[in-house]
Design a protein around this ligand. Sequence first.
Ligand code: SF4
Length: 242
Amino acid sequence: MQGTLENLTMQIAQVVPCTEAEGPGKRFAVWFQGCPLRCPGCCNPEFLPFKGGQTKTLCEMAAWMARAKEENGVEGITLMGGEPFAHVAAALALARASRQLGLSVMVFSGYTIEELRERAEPDVAGLIAATDILVDGPYVREQPDAERRWIGSRNQRIHFLTARYSYDEQWRQKNTLEIRVDKDGITVNGFPAADAVGLWKGFSKPWTRKKALPTVAPRGAEHRTAVPPTQPPEHGSSDGEG
Ligand code: SF4
């Protein structure tokens, strides 16, 4: 991320303007390019380097979010990675823009909320304050979560930081995988069943993510933590990674 708010830019790995596989309801999903963590089994290894992705302005992203709300009826945005807190100024700007549009904010982070609250940067506290749902903690491959939708491993916690959401029935449904095919290639997001992991990579050779992100014309909370059910879920698979 660079620049003042007016000319703020950010490195974006992928955007899915309307998905039901990255949190409650229809959501505008954003994957940042770059993560300093290295969870074994990370499903988005191509999103780990800080080099790459597409450079987008805050203005472009805000306009895109507004269009997704208008055209697709999205109710919120989901920020993933990459690691949103490694792009905290950009993530905070997107979260605030989302709130100005009346959209909710969900964030997946590989850091725990305790680790984040120890950080002194005002933007970190600002992003937590602008977040409705925080899924925290690293993805642990050995602890796959089969019970909580959208969550990768059982160690990860769901923090409901505002009253807008709660651990309702939709969190207990099966995970879904979305596959999109268009002229730019194939995009995959969501959590597949364990026995379907990697299947989509056989659909297309070579398998590619979108080559370019479309350009759009600029046009106190209560803190509740969902305790994992007796069994397992995440963080990760162009999925709810951190
Ligand atoms: S699972 Fe998330 S936090 Fe962990 S290395 Fe992958 S992107 Fe980073």
